[in-house]
Design a protein around this ligand. Structure first.
Ligand code: HEC
Length: 111
């Protein structure tokens, strides 16, 4: 019985930590947005250097393609792969880590 409890607890911990990686943390994403994206993107519907990120999830973008969760992840990994002439790829050189991308996507979903 004791063994089973240890097993169950460790499975639960694994489930929580792996879903955290996949689901991302919107609070961290909001901080990342302020640090890395705000210079070019608003979240209130106004255009800045790039299009607003308000309601971005599910958007069919002329340049960035279908921005569902997978599309946003691909875009944030490397915009050039989706849109070779991307201004964002030219201007925003910093590479985002996979965890940061997951956090950003979780945040973008709330906008
Ligand atoms: C230096 C300016 C700049 C920064 C910083 C920047 N972007 Fe962009 N972004 C753009 C531009 C310009 C576009 C329009 C497409 C293109 O030319 O790349 C764009 C497009 C996008 C799109 C596609 C939207 C659409 O409707 O087509 C998403 C999503 C996006 N950016 C998210 C982000 C996120 C998240 C960050 C922060 C990690 C970020 N961007 C940082 C300039 C920037």
């Amino acid at each position: 019985m004791k063994k089973f409890v240890v097993f169950a607890v460790s499975m639960a911990i694994m489930a929580i930590s792996s879903s955290a990686v996949i689901a991302g943390d919107a609070t961290k994403g909001a901080k990342l947005y302020k640090k890395k994206c705000k210079a070019c993107h608003t979240i209130d519907g106004k255009k800045k250097v790039g299009p607003t990120l308000k309601g971005v999830l599910g958007r069919d973008s002329k340049n960035a393609g279908k921005l569902d969760e997978a599309g946003l992840t691909t875009w944030l990994k490397d915009p050039k792969k989706v849109f070779p002439k991307s201004k964002m790829a030219k201007l925003f050189k910093k590479k985002l880590k996979d965890g940061e991308i997951a956090d950003l996507v979780a945040y973008l979903k709330t906008l």
